[in-house]
Design a protein around this ligand. Structure first.
Ligand code: AHR
Length: 506
């Protein structure tokens, strides 16, 4: 035991609480884009109103997604919800301004999957819905009407319309986003312009909550990766003439990475660069939280990352943003989830893009089958963190210099996070080194370690980073047992290149 020096040392400060890990940190995002909804979740040609794919639904149900964002993305700011409710044969076929519904398909929207279908999906898989209302081309009235249709239990035309459409009880949708990327596809707005729009929308959508529903709504504003934009947005929010009466509960940003390189063509240097890009997530969270603390001093605003993950060049609008599901992508997701845990005092939700068939999806389908991608296995491995208390870790790790043009970054080769809950302490660790194994010592402050109380699991020990899932090999990506020898004060684990491990200590 410990005859050789470990490459990295992790100390878990079990009494140094950060905050509860919001289960919503494991949220997802589904847009009317490519084969995500049509073909992936819903049979594209379903005309009878019951087109759910049972295979996809069952995989999503097993994963216990806490929250699902819909209908976009860019699509949200050209979506008119009333087109997608009522009898299927009366729903209008519309343009989809941004996306075709699969390779070789036209950019058209059948509207056969609308609000009632989405909200039924959420109930089937036991997830909380997060609806993104149209700010770019819609109106505050349209948004307020959508909330009333979904949530009101009284005697109004919209509540009755929901009942006529087959749903007696209100859905109780809590999370409402006002727009999407309104600095870009959601209307190309300046931060001041979006802040004024936000105030208008939030006034009409938010006011309803006081009188009409027996639950609170949480309203979500769109931010940007350029943090000066966020600061200016928040400053203009503060300029409300009659005081800050309208709700603003969360501010979001989107962070995609890997845009320069397809995994199949990457070498180790490119893996390093893409991982360094993924880890920039931490700086984005800190900068957004910093702007909120500095400017929005009278409000309690959470940080949401409601689109994130890899976006490689092979994923283009022409192929419905489809890319391979690789070990590398899953590894990067594991590292980012560790960052979310470490920032659980400010991060209230995240939504990886996108649930099925698109970008870094968790589930992939063809006409006959649905199967889990490697990233699905990471979410499964990290599930015990959900709702636990995140605690501080110190990670003493080797690093590698990553040079990309003029910028120079340092990639930590090991990253980790830890949480404490009813079942003990849960530690997740990545070996981000795609070249070499890392020996990692893990100790828990104030804990005598007894091997009988420790369990380890590991993902991807046998696979190269560019190994991609197909429907035939999907079972190869499940977790294996990891040897967790302990000497009383520490556990020593051997992590092969590009692997993800979890250690639980009762
Ligand atoms: O997820 C694909 C697109 O990426 C979304 O529609 C948009 O919000 C983002 O730019």
């Amino acid at each position: 035991m410990n005859v050789q020096m470990a490459d990295a040392e992790i100390t878990v400060h079990t009494a140094a609480s950060i905050d509860r890990i919001a289960p919503e940190i494991h949220g997802h995002f589904a847009e009317h884009l490519g084969r995500c909804i049509y073909g992936g979740i819903w049979h594209a040609d379903s005309a009878d109103g019951d087109g759910f794919r049972e295979d996809t639904v069952s995989l999503l149900e097993d994963l216990e997604l806490p929250v699902l964002r819909w209908p976009g993305g860019c699509f949200a700011d050209d979506y008119h919800w009333e087109d997608g409710v009522g009898p299927q044969d009366e729903r209008p076929r519309r343009r989809n301004l941004f996306w075709a519904q699969g390779p070789e398909e036209l950019p058209e929207e059948s509207n056969s999957f609308g609000s009632d279908e989405f909200l039924e999906l959420c109930e089937r898989i036991g997830t909380e819905p997060y609806l993104a209302a149209n700010v770019g081309s819609g109106s505050p009235q349209e948004a307020a009407n959508w909330v009333e249709y979904c949530n009101y239990d009284g005697d109004t035309e919209l509540a009755d319309r929901r009942r006529e459409n087959g749903r007696e009880d209100p859905y109780g949708v809590k999370y409402w986003g006002l727009g999407n990327e309104n600095w870009g596809c959601g209307g190309q707005m300046s931060p001041e312009q979006y802040a004024r729009e936000y105030r208008r929308y939030a006034t009409y959508v938010g006011t309803q909550a006081n009188l009409m529903f027996d639950h609170d709504l949480e309203l979500i504003a769109c931010g940007f990766e350029g943090h000066e934009w966020n600061r200016r947005f928040l400053e203009e929010i503060n300029e409300a003439p009659w005081g800050a009466e309208f709700p603003l509960d969360h501010l979001t940003l989107h962070h995609y990475y890997g845009r320069g390189t397809n995994v199949a063509e990457a070498d180790e240097d490119k893996y390093d660069r893409m991982l360094a890009e993924a880890l920039e997530m931490e700086r984005h969270i800190e900068r957004m939280a910093g702007a909120i603390n500095a400017v929005a001093t009278t409000r309690d605003i959470g940080v949401i990352i409601d689109e994130w993950g890899t976006w490689h060049p092979e994923a283009t609008a022409d192929n419905g943003l489809e890319q391979e599901g690789t070990v590398f992508d899953a590894l990067s997701a594991a590292a980012v989830l560790n960052i979310f845990n470490d920032n659980s005092d400010v991060v209230t939700m995240t939504n990886i893009a996108q649930t099925v068939n698109v970008l870094q999806c968790l589930v992939e389908t063809d006409e006959d089958d649905a199967w889990a991608r490697p990233t699905y296995r990471v979410f499964d491995l990290y599930a015990p963190h959900k709702g636990n208390e995140a605690v501080r870790t110190s990670v003493d790790t080797p690093t590698r210099d990553v040079v990309d043009g003029d910028s120079n970054d340092e990639l930590p080769l090991v990253n980790a996070s830890a949480s404490v809950g009813d079942d003990g302490t849960y530690v997740t660790v990545t070996n981000l080194d795609c070249r070499s194994a890392q020996t990692v010592d893990v100790s828990l402050e104030g804990t005598d370690l007894n091997e009988d109380d420790i369990r380890g699991e590991i993902l991807f020990a046998e696979q190269e980073p560019d190994y991609a899932v197909t429907k035939h090999n999907a079972d190869e990506f499940t977790a294996d047992d990891l040897a967790v020898p302990a000497d009383g004060s520490s556990i020593e684990v051997e992590l092969p290149p590009s692997t993800v491990a979890a250690i639980s200590v009762e």
